[in-house]
Write a new protein. Sequence first.
Lengths: 500, 135
Amino acid sequence: MDSLTELLNGFATAAHPTNLLYAFVGVLLGTAIGVLPGIGPAMTIALLLPLTYALEPTQAFIMFAGIYYGGMYGGSTTSILLNTPGESASVVTAIEGNKMARKGRAAAALATAAIGSFIAGTLGTLALALVAPAVVTVAIKMGAPDYFAVMVLAFIAVTTVLGSSKIRGLAALAIGLLVGTIGIDPTSGQQRLTLGLPELADGIDVVVVAVGLFAVGEALWIAAHLRRTPAEIITVGAARMTREDWRRSWKPWLRGTAIGFPFGAIPAGGAEIPTFLSYVTEKKLSKHPEEFGQGAIEGVAGPEATNNASAAGGLVPLLTLGIPTTATAAVMLGAFQGYGIQPGPRLLETQPELVWGLVASLFIGNVILLALNLPLAPMWAKLLRIPRPYLYAGILFFASIGAYAANLSTFDLWLLLILGALGFGMRRFGLPVVPAIIGIILGPTAEEQLRRALQLSDGHVSGLANTWFSKIVYVVILLVLIVPPIVTRLRTREPVKVGD
Amino acid sequence: MAIIVGYVPTPEGIAALDSAIDEARRRGDRLVVVNSTRGESLVDKRFASGSQWESVEQRLAESGVDHELTQLVASKDAADQILRLADELNAELIVIGLRRRTPVGKLILGSQAQTILLEAECPVLAVKSHRSEEN
């Protein structure tokens, strides 16, 4: 097996003491931000983007991937103990997890979440190592029209599948694409949307965009809603499970992995949909359906395995095609671009040390995460006592430093403020941030592929769909657009069946 | 006339509540129990949870003193809340619990109790928890 040899080489890279240290820092930070609601892996990686000026790419991505995985672990702790999801991926976990905790079974809920995350994370990473080279052999044959079609699919799927309103999703995507076009047009050399400001000629630095939309926007939003009645936290000792818990958990873990990985790999907006699917599946298959809603362990084991598997799945399109399926992956793509590395089918050839070191460090990170979360979950919960003014003041401080460090210009700080106000406004009016960030980061690449495809076809629009692959993708896009509204319409006509 | 007690779900807070009930009974006064938070952190262990608040209510009902419970989420510190309330109700006495602190702890940390002791217009009864009740 070729990829297994490569993976072993990757372990050699990952086991280097410096890389181990960055993996450790990443998972530690990831768990912490996972525990804290409102602060997610995307914001954290955005805040850490300036570090990429000083770090080797391998070290930076090992740390970022650790944050991504760690966030999935930490989110469950808050869901279970506080009934407030730490991450959007842990929303479903709160349903059964908090009920279990209220019945005095918090230790078992935390244990099944941590062990499930470990198993799913490990299997998911293994699947990533096996699937990625296979995807590359297909992707290497893809031309500009094919790429453009896949990117359009990513845009459409992220905007229409995620969130409550398609109009809002499309509006957010449009904002993202608009911001992405600022700067010099790479094909014609003309300035676009620069308002005559020379500082904008190079476009807006991805650090400023990501930090402004995520960190500053979120901080302003929280500051506007600062006071709320503190929630009641359930105190618990170290996580542990009984034999019965193990017997009831292992199947949901495996099913969750099987659901999460493919959903992570397609641009369906991250872990929200697969975790919900996993919950529904476990409820249908359970031998104790009456326990659902009362604290069923399957309802924690399944979704928690799912969100970790989807994190692993999300790395497949990012590394092999350069297409992000979640906000976190989008910010990581921004980091790749900062290094001048274009993720895509050639990444495995040109940067084998980076890719396989990253994959291997995910295995190691998973082991560290299990060790950090199984005995220490109650300690992580103490982070929730931090007064939020301190927390967000710190975030704003690091956000400003990061934006300034990008080009050492005060212009970027004003830009940061404007983008932060935009992020605040989007939250205020319910526009999802994810399509915008994907639009900003993926937009310029999509434009490049579009222009290339049109040049090849002498400007004929038919050149965009002249391969069988792109035709299939456009059919899929049509289905994504047409099928859900039809299904909802049919559903509202039929009487709702009880027992769903 | 009224007696105001600042309640927190800790041994000191419970000791303060005990003393306040005794005082209210002795003076025949109305007892106002205050528990407040600035609501800035997601978890505040000094904010009474539903069950803790219920047990306070039960204790007051059993004691038979005329009482009122106020729980609020507000921008001001607990000390400011108590002082403002004392002013409004023209309180006769404020009862607070004191944490035991090391000399260094006293030096570094500002305290709500200190603010109340220094700024209150009425007498303040400061109560410490029994040593055996502490962890």
